[in-house]
Design a protein around this ligand. Structure first.
Ligand code: GTP
Ligand code: MG
Length: 463
């Protein structure tokens, strides 16, 4: 990766490399204006003066050959995304035209941008900190409306502000400790041990709030994988169709209708749900297709965040149910039991589950009676402890940030212990400095190049 050769002017297609109405080519760096000016003319090949923030219409020429009619604008540093001189050219969205224009610019002492290099430059030029830069990528890759909303919050500094707040508290404490080390004899109003402890406890509590938002962040970012499993004919495909609101899977009264897994995605309360309907599981089958289907059902159960165990409540439990129970018994904490067909005479009652399943995870359901599908979906959210996304402090944490926060948590707990033991302020201030360094790493202050490389290599080219 060329990430760190900042003196170069870079170019990339910022939009998708597909046939479309328009495409945007972005150029950033000290010679952006000069390079574009040398290929951008009026229809009659007269020069066009590029002015800051002014939209211009004209033609891209390769020598005397017109390549495309374009609209472009020049933005002067430092008031740009990257903090550098920038030109954005809006061309017709044909990849062949785009490639010709980019090739032309490459011949003007400009090079192709690496992944995330525009945002990297924004970071280096203090347009955003590292967690805000990460939010740019999260915003682009959001798979649900909620993750997009939270990524935008992070981009606007919601996470950075919280980190800075903790840093500020810690720095204040650190300053006290430093003063007491530097001027031990002076008559300064030092903090008592109890005050230091209380200050630290308050900081740890803020940190813990942030850390606890990670599990929900993961679900919001990655979505929830839900496998619908159970005996043949229990009504699994009917439930998939009810969740989707249309007849996606074939439903018949023939046991073994679904032979392969069927996967669809919907959004519920801002979170993306991937629902996998599976082939019914039964003990004895000589059908080789069904056997493969059942293996796939088991794999889906393995990877699922939640399993909907669908039962036909109009028939009594049998050996087949026992077999499925064996399959799910280590996963009951993430299983919702659906007693389907409750419009019919019930042969299975809640009482039968008392000893081995938390009856709170059981939902009575009838596809025929159109039981609201929310009864199932809300139960899923209950099990995953998704009460109210707004309660999460509107924060979206990624794994890098989470791991660093956990490191800070360990460091702060150690400091608290040292303060409690009455250890010398010297050790405490040394540990505090370590914790401040970890917090800085979240914001990208004094981070190592390989960390930046890892973060920005996840971006697409052109961003
Ligand atoms: N009475 C009643 N019938 C239902 C209900 N849900 C599904 N059925 C019927 O049960 C039969 C089986 O439904 P499916 O959705 O195909 O069941 P499945 O679990 O996907 O079956 P396989 O794909 O064979 O494993 C169909 O005839 C459905 O109409 C319900 O709530 N009440
Ligand atoms: Mg089915």
């Amino acid at each position: 990766m060329n990430l760190f050769k900042q003196e170069d002017t870079i170019v990339a297609l910022a939009t998708g490399n597909i046939k479309s109405a328009l495409a945007t080519i972005r150029i950033s760096g000290s010679i952006a204006k000069q390079a574009v000016s040398s290929v951008f003319f009026t229809k009659k090949h007269n020069k066009i003066e590029l002015e800051d923030k002014k939209v211009c219409h004209g033609y891209i020429f390769d020598d005397n050959k017109k390549i495309d009619e374009v609209i472009l604008y020049y933005l002067k540093a430092p008031h740009t995304y990257t903090g550098e001189d920038t030109v954005e050219i809006s061309t017709h969205g044909n990849p062949l035209i785009v490639q010709q224009i980019i090739n032309l610019l490459l011949s003007k002492n400009i090079r192709l941008a690496d992944r995330g290099e525009f945002t990297y430059r924004a970071f280096i030029n203090n347009k955003m900190d590292l967690s805000e830069a990460e939010a740019v990528n999260e915003l682009i890759n959001s798979s649900s409306s909620k993750s997009a909303e939270l990524a935008l919050n992070s981009l606007q500094g919601s996470l950075s502000d919280k980190i800075k707040d903790i840093k500020q508290d810690l720095t204040a404490l650190f300053a006290y400790l430093e003063v007491s080390l530097d001027y031990p004899q002076e008559d300064i109003d030092f903090l008592t041990r109890q005050q230091k402890k209380e200050n630290m406890q308050e900081i740890i509590s803020k940190l813990n709030d942030l850390i606890s938002s990670y599990s929900l962040s993961k679900l919001i970012t990655n979505g929830i994988k839900i496998a619908i499993a159970g005996k043949p004919n229990a009504g699994k495909s009917s439930i998939l169709n009810s969740i989707l609101g249309y007849q996606r899977a074939i439903v018949t009264d023939i046991a073994g209708t679904t032979t392969d897994t069927i996967e669809e995605t919907v959004e519920y309360n801002g979170i993306s749900l991937t629902i996998i309907d599976t082939a019914g599981i039964r003990q004895h089958t000589s059908n080789s297709i069904e056997k493969i289907g059942q293996e796939r059902s088991k794999s889906s159960i393995e990877i699922a965040d939640i399993i909907l165990w669908v039962m036909d409540s109009s028939i009594s439990l049998d050996d087949n149910d026992k077999q499925i129970f064996e399959l799910l018994k280590n996963k009951l904490d993430k299983t919702v039991v659906i007693l389907n067909k409750c419009d019919l005479q019930q042969k299975i009652s809640l009482r039968e589950f008392n000893n081995f399943i938390d009856t709170n995870t059981i939902v009575n359901f009838s596809v025929i009676n159109k039981t609201p599908i929310e009864n199932i979906l809300n139960k899923i959210y209950e099990i995953l402890n998704i009460k109210d996304i707004e309660d999460n402090g509107n924060i979206l944490l990624n794994a890098r940030q989470y791991n660093l926060l956990c490191k800070v948590q360990t460091q702060l707990n150690k400091i608290l212990e040292l303060i409690d033991k009455g250890d010398s302020d010297e050790i405490v201030s040394f540990e505090t400095e370590n914790a401040l360094n970890s917090l800085n790493e979240i914001l990208g202050i004094d981070v190592k190049e390989d960390i930046l490389h890892t973060v920005f290599s996840k971006f697409c080219v052109g961003k």
